[in-house]
Design a protein around this ligand. Structure first.
Ligand SMILES: [Zn+2]
Length: 437
């Protein structure tokens, strides 16, 4: 908002200055000297590079020997590795953990008023930016309505610091397909998603969410999961193919995309047959379904970290379920790697407390066999492509937004370095610089 207004004002000023035969000075140049540059696209890093930044964009990237005009501000990151700002493609800025000891998921909705939730979301987006995450695909507000779009507005108008937000607003599931549940049946409980039944309601919900600014539509294709007598993970399906197709058709008409939460089984198959653009979590995807994802160009956002911590006790139904989930997830992730599915980095932060490092997901991905450079690209150029921002974010190159981070060590040797981001530039402005100390 603020930027477009500023551009408009600038254009007016340019006109009047032009009429008087004068010209506006260009935005000042800043040059970043990168000891090592991982540009988000190239297979290998480059040593000793100069990144020329003017305004909020990168003008060019040059070899370290290139001339720097006199008087230019130079930021010395010659002892650091510079990378594009990171993208988390699956977050919940309005979710404040799901720890059973703190009331679990339900406490988010039952115990916190909307102002408290907005304050927590404000904290979450700041935390993300501090850790070098310059863009979030935020996949539903968990009962906080259109709050994500309003937080995005507050960031864009400069009221609060935060990353670029791609918001999904309320999300869509079916009756019996989302929390809050387990209360007395005569109680009308609030729900964490918009519940629909039938294609007409499904399309209407998509229209309502798109009208109120949804950048993506998020749907739940599975809900509860448990382990059956044979020890296999089973997930309850939610929307039918017809309901999903109505949502996808409507959303694609608005040139937007649909993200599908799907664990496995019937719901996973319906997600693919209904034309989902991205599969979220995808704990158990069969070979045939992986082939279908390849054919359809479906994105895969595995969110591994969310399933590898905080398991319930082994002998409880929840404990068995938690272990079964992680066991199949690992197999699926490795198959997805082999099949070269389009894997994007996502964490489910919010379900994971916002106080924890977002970059822990890199460690999980690499532990399960992903190359560090591939993992980095899943959180930079590949995520940018999914968000229709190819060449604009997730890359350090000519014309891109000046979004970059720096770490002291080599993340290709130890991807854990990405949990210690020392420098953050967002839209051409330095948000954090601990390298100077
Ligand atoms: Zn999620």
């Amino acid at each position: 908002m603020r930027r477009s207004l500023a551009c408009f004002t600038l254009a007016l000023t340019l006109c009047s200055a032009g009429a008087r035969g004068q010209s506006m000075p260009p935005a000042p140049l800043t040059v970043i000297r990168a000891g090592t540059l991982i540009d988000g696209v190239s297979d290998a890093p480059r040593k000793n590079q100069l990144i020329f930044v003017r305004g909020e964009r990168i003008e060019r990237v040059a070899d370290g020997a290139a001339a720097i005009p006199a008087g230019t501000k130079v930021i010395d990151l010659s002892n650091a590795t510079v990378l594009p700002g990171l993208i988390d493609a699956h977050t919940h800025i309005f979710l404040w953990g799901e720890d059973p000891a703190k009331g679990g998921y339900d406490a988010n909705i039952l115990k916190a008023g909307i102002a408290l939730r907005a304050a927590r979301a404000t904290y979450a987006v700041r935390r993300a930016l501090e850790q070098g995450f310059v863009a979030l695909r935020d996949l539903e507000t968990e009962g906080a309505g259109y709050g994500d779009i309003e937080i995005k507005q507050a960031i864009e108008e400069g009221t609060i610091p935060g990353p670029r937000i791609f918001g999904a607003t309320r999300a869509i599931s079916t009756t019996g397909g989302y929390n809050l549940e387990g209360y007395a049946p005569e109680l009308e409980m609030p729900k964490g998603a918009q519940l629909v039944d039938g294609s007409v309601e499904a399309r209407k919900a998509a229209r309502q969410q798109l009208e109120h600014g949804a950048d993506w539509i998020k749907v739940y294709m599975t809900h509860r999961s448990w382990v059956d007598k044979q020890g296999k993970l089973v997930s309850q399906p939610t929307l039918t193919v017809e309901e999903l197709k109505a949502i996808v058709d409507e959303t694609h008409g608005w040139q937007k995309k649909v993200a599908c939460h799907a664990y496995n089984g019937i719901g996973m198959q319906r997600a693919l047959d209904g034309g989902c653009d991205s599969i979220e979590h995808g704990l158990e995807i069969t070979d045939a379904q992986i082939a279908q994802m390849q054919r359809q160009g479906t994105w895969y956002c595995p969110t591994l970290s969310a399933y590898y911590g905080d398991w319930a006790l082994p002998d409880t139904p929840e404990g068995k379920r938690d272990r079964a989930r992680a066991a199949v997830h690992e197999i699926t992730f490795k198959k997805a790697l082999q099949a070269h599915l389009k894997i994007v980095f996502g964490t489910d932060m919010g379900g994971i407390p916002w106080t924890e490092p977002i970059a822990q997901e890199f460690g999980q991905m690499v532990k399960l066999g992903m190359a560090p450079m591939d993992a980095i690209q899943s959180a930079t150029s590949r995520a940018a492509e999914m968000l229709e921002m190819k060449g604009e974010i997730g890359v350090i190159g000519t014309g891109a937004y000046a979004e970059m981070i720096a770490v002291a060590g080599d993340p290709l040797k130890d991807v854990g370095e990405l949990e210690h981001v020392r420098f953050v530039m967002h839209n051409g402005a330095i948000f954090k610089n601990e390298m100077a100390k």
